[in-house]
Design a protein around this ligand. Structure first.
Ligand SMILES: NC(=O)c1ccc[n+]([C@@H]2O[C@H](COP(=O)([O-])OP(=O)(O)OC[C@H]3O[C@@H](n4cnc5c(N)ncnc54)[C@H](OP(=O)(O)O)[C@@H]3O)[C@@H](O)[C@H]2O)c1
Length: 239
């Protein structure tokens, strides 16, 4: 029987590219996002069974409800990927942007991650994948809420991974940390090593197959991660 996956935030960028990769691997797909016409378009374009659910993850009550409905329609889910996120550069610290980031990247993430984990626990197995960021590693002067939200995502996934290990549950949790990927979100100056979304999705698929705990996308960003961790604040403030 075909495997089933849900991708939260599949209307564009990395989520959409992952939908294409998983369709190619024969997965049945549940795809979500706020833009219904894009979901319908993607459903038409993929040669697999696709369920769609319009969902704004910043509305946590509605998201929890709609996620459950999607699972009821699809049956047991093998893989849940949370790609939905916003990434505002916010040099003026506009609170609306910071709050939107927290509601989407933190609250929206938690409601899906927990519902997915509980679904996997009930059925005895499953795989949760969250798209965090290299930005999780240090604070950002330009996008403080974004980097903090991604630190939350990575740390939360480590918590869920430990929870599964302690309880000896067959649940894998993969923390995906992209550098720059060529999507509508990648904005601002000074971008480098920008990977096409298809290449990023292909490497994420390899990490999913290997049930990796944590992966940098593309692979060379592991080097930047190492540099970021070592960098003293005196150097960080000059970037
Ligand atoms: N691109 C990069 O360089 C980069 C680097 C590191 C990490 N990331 C992470 O990768 C993930 C995917 O981003 P991307 O680069 O693929 O950007 P993108 O093309 O802008 O895609 C973002 C996706 O998130 C969905 N989304 C945003 N807000 C949502 C909300 N409130 N409710 C439901 N869905 C929502 C969007 O769908 P709708 O608009 O239809 O709702 C869209 O499908 C994000 O978590 C991002 O932080 C990206």
């Amino acid at each position: 029987m075909s495997k089933s996956a849900i991708i939260i935030g599949a209307t564009s960028g990395i989520g959409k590219a992952l939908a294409e990769v998983l369709a190619g691997q024969g997965y049945r797909l549940g795809l979500t996002g706020r833009r219904l016409p894009l979901l319908e378009e993607i459903k038409e374009s993929l040669a697999t069974e696709v369920f769609i659910e319009q969902m704004d993850v910043s509305d946590v009550a509605e998201t929890e409800e709609k996620f459950k409905t999607l699972i009821e329609q699809m049956g047991p889910i093998d893989l849940v990927i949370i790609s939905a996120g916003v990434g505002h550069l916010n040099p003026k610290l506009e609170s609306a942007l910071e709050i939107e980031t927290i509601q989407t990247n933190v609250s929206g993430f938690v409601v899906i991650a927990d519902a997915a984990f509980l679904h996997f626990q009930a059925q005895g197995k499953g795989h949760l994948v969250g798209i965090s960021s290299i930005a999780a590693l240090r604070g950002s002067a330009l996008a403080p809420a974004y980097s903090a939200s991604k630190a939350f995502v990575s740390n939360y996934m480590e918590g869920l991974r430990l929870k599964a290990l302690k309880a000896k549950l067959d649940i894998a949790v993969t923390d995906v940390r992209p550098g720059f990927v060529d999507t509508p979100m990648a904005q601002g100056e000074g971008l480098f090593w920008v990977a096409p979304a298809g290449k990023a999705a292909a490497q994420i698929w390899q990490a999913i197959k290997a049930k990796k705990a944590c992966v940098y996308i593309t692979r060379r960003w592991r080097l930047i991660a190492w540099l970021m961790r070592m960098m003293p604040a005196s150097v960080l403030k000059k970037l």
